[in-house]
Design a protein around this ligand. Structure first.
Ligand code: HEM
Length: 314
């Protein structure tokens, strides 16, 4: 089952204690393409320097490209097989919108100051070449819980399954070791959520809140979040993705959210989970979590392996 490339994209590590997610629009200036390529070539060195300064900082950075930007920046390159603009998924009650994004940065570290340092180094190189679409600062909430109180990431693939499900393999040789990042910002209706009992919340997620133990088949409703996102291939083998979700908040505005970050070897898997959540399988069995969580963004990016990223830097 192994398809580990020599240096895979660093997508399988834990979400971290702090993270910054940056989505940028590429501007058409005389220098913008060169400036972006400069970042492709410099990112690994920026991370290395920061790691020297803060050896226990757990610093990492991923850079991704949206479908339109890929063609503009690297016209000489083929397209990663599954890189395309994300198409909105509309269910009867809830919609997964498609929102723009040319460049993506996922910066993780033990402390927010380290994330900010790296974000500012990247931003200096990109000055005048890009416009910010969104920057979200995320934090670890207690023992790795979502802001709605449940432990997140428990059923992520582990060991060699982690590489297998999160990184492109031999099926797309040129882009081996890369990954497809799908991101979605969700805002939660905290009042509505807190108005239902813990037992009902557990039926929404499909796990016990305090202990994080999965509900039994008898206890778990068909529209529980972990029922609709648990999918298999035609041979009954489970299909997984690597999730690195993080909470974010703006308490004085009453804004509490989950930044969904899913890395996958194939976007088809993530897309099937999304269709199950928003449309339902069978149709109408949509994810009950969506009655308390509204998706406000949705963008697909390709993350090159570190080797390819530095090659793209020229
Ligand atoms: C499981 C939270 C969105 C895919 C879980 C769990 C929680 C959770 C608490 C149970 C623990 C675990 O196994 O990690 C959330 C929240 C979301 C969200 C708060 C946004 C509001 C999504 C989306 C996808 C997804 C958009 C896929 C596109 C999964 C998968 C599992 C899972 C695959 C594991 C299912 C299994 O048990 O096999 N999520 N999630 N989640 N989630 Fe989500």
């Amino acid at each position: 089952m192994s398809k580990t490339p020599s240096t895979p994209a660093d997508v399988i590590q834990p979400p971290g204690d702090s993270a910054i997610l940056i989505i940028l629009r590429l501007l058409e200036t005389d220098t913008s393409v060169d400036q972006v390529k400069d970042v492709c070539g410099s990112l690994a060195a920026f991370v290395r320097s920061l790691k020297k300064r803060e050896p226990d900082g757990h610093i990492s950075a991923l850079m991704g490209f949206g479908a339109h930007a890929w063609g503009k920046l690297f016209p000489e390159q083929p397209y990663p097989k599954e890189l395309k603009p994300f198409e909105e998924i509309k269910g009867d009650k809830h919609t997964a919108p498609s929102t723009p994004g040319d460049l993506y940065f996922h910066i993780r570290a033990r402390r927010m100051d380290l994330c900010v340092e790296l974000a500012s180094e990247i931003s200096t190189l990109l000055e005048g070449a890009v416009e910010s679409i969104d920057e979200t600062h995320c934090f670890r909430y207690f023992d790795g819980r979502t802001i709605i109180g449940f432990v997140d990431g428990t059923e992520n693939p582990e060991n060699e399954d982690a590489n297998y499900f999160s990184m492109i393999g031999d099926e797309d040789e040129t882009f081996k070791g890369g990954s497809y990042a799908f991101i979605q910002k969700y805002l939660h209706n905290m009042k509505g959520w807190n108005n239902i009992s813990t037992e009902e919340q557990e039926k929404v997620i499909g796990r016990k809140k305090f202990s994080d133990i999965e509900l039994s088949d008898e206890e778990k409703p068909a529209n529980a979040h972990n029922a609709v996102t648990n999918i298999s291939d035609e041979n009954g083998e489970e299909l997984k993705i690597m999730r690195a979700n993080m909470p974010f908040a703006n308490a004085s505005k009453g804004e509490y959210g989950t930044y969904f970050i899913g890395y996958a070897s194939t976007f088809t898997t993530t897309e099937r989970m999304l269709r199950n959540m928003f449309i339902g399988e069978p149709v109408g069995n949509y994810d009950r979590l969506l009655d308390f969580s509204k998706a406000v963004t949705g963008t697909l990016f390709f993350i090159p392996s570190p080797e390819l990223l530095s090659e793209l830097g020229g």
